[in-house]
Ligand binder design. Sequence first.
Ligand code: ATP
Ligand code: MG
Length: 499
Amino acid sequence: MGQISSNEIISIIKSEIEDFEIDKSAKETGSVIWVGDGIATVYGLDDAMYGEIVVFENGVRAMVQDIRENEIGCILFGKDTGIKEGTVVTRTKKRAGIPVGEEFLGRVIDALGSPIDGKGEIKSADYRPVEEPAPGIVDRKSVDVPLETGILAIDSMFPIGRGQRELIIGDRQTGKTSIALDTIINQKGKDVICIYVAIGQKASSVAHIVSTLKKNDALDYTIVVTSTASDPAPLQYIAPYSGTALGEYFMYKGKDVLIVYDDLSKHAVAYRAISLLLERSPGREAYPGDVFYLHSRLLERSARITEQAGGGSITALPIIETQDGDVSAYIPTNVISITDGQIFLESNLFFAGQRPAVNVGLSVSRVGGAAQTKAMKKAAGSIRIDLAQYREMEVFTQFASDLDEGTKASLKYGRSLMELLKQPLSKPMSLAQQVITLVCATHKVFAEVEDVKKYQGELLEYFEDKYGDIISRINNEKILDDDLKRRIEDVADEFAGKS
Ligand code: ATP
Ligand code: MG
């Protein structure tokens, strides 16, 4: 046998490549091998792409989620009854997406964009893929415009900026959803489009949320995307991406958007169910290895973009439910590391009547400081440190009987601050109300009064009635100079003298 020179090998390979012909035979249809639990494996769709929509004979759609050597795994967006072994599946060559547009405002839709509020069809302006790459670094702008929640405990100490991702984390029934809803309610007249994505919740809870929004005139500028606990896991999995696609439509048009994902713990569970059914190997806590990527590619899409790129922003408030306050579990640590800070809600505080139950020590906002108004920054001053000192002192003095006057005064002051941070539902505070409250608090106006909340209400009313100019100046100019600060303190003293 003669030796083949390297030149010959190259020419053989070359001719192989030149003679290679793409097999153009039917690759557009395949057939079902196995179906169950919202998952189908299909044979014969060799060219189908990840994320592509395929259609079954009976009209049910599915998304390609897993590509293996001889078969693909898809997640069904409808019931699997009527689909069986041998059912024909056809490619659409379209990536999964949802219709988007202005007409979606005020509506309640499912994860695929179909209305479920009985108010008729929605005319869409466009169609956007549910999975889109996040804006690149060049297209991003720093966060420096505040997104006011109207909640004193958050705006004063953990300010959120437009384009930021702030996690709301806590055990069940600690007021997580309430904080998100109050933030949406506070966006009235602030030119922010809100999107609330319900993932794996009870249909009755979603109905309650919709009615709360309606009651507070907040539904007009809000879109509710729902996938309830009874929906198949694929729909729960896709819902937050659909919501984000809607948000991106507005962001790239220069609008500011606020999106709430309620909650990502259930989202991870839905994804785990899908992955296990697709026979992906389970990892820590039985979640698949790419569960971090699941949430990072979702939250990376929230950003503030430059004028050239469109000029809008998406602010994200993802929610995570913890078990027994354990923030070191797998999913909580993941999302904590992806977001720009967290509002940590604590059951103990909640049950003690401290609502919203924000834990001041464990909460943080890493970028919002630049977005805080000058007025708020000045007014909030050292509140956070004062509260930290108060908590420490409270523990130390718990069993002490005779305290010196200084310590007593500090305790009273701290206690009054905690009282002031209590806030009822659906009662957002304006910037001026918050600033006046804080200035008066540091002026020790509330330290000695019996019923702090009542006194605060009356004092703010007094300002409203007699000193409307102070209120409108803070709300419009958003600054607090020394003169104005002194005037507020004088008015507070004047009020104290009268009452
Ligand atoms: P889940 O874990 O069930 O989703 P959650 O953490 O989202 O609960 P919410 O549903 O927001 O908690 O609130 C639980 C209950 O506490 C609700 O009945 C709500 O009305 C009440 N609540 C929440 N915040 C406040 C508040 N600031 N003042 C008074 N009540 C509140
Ligand atoms: Mg909730």
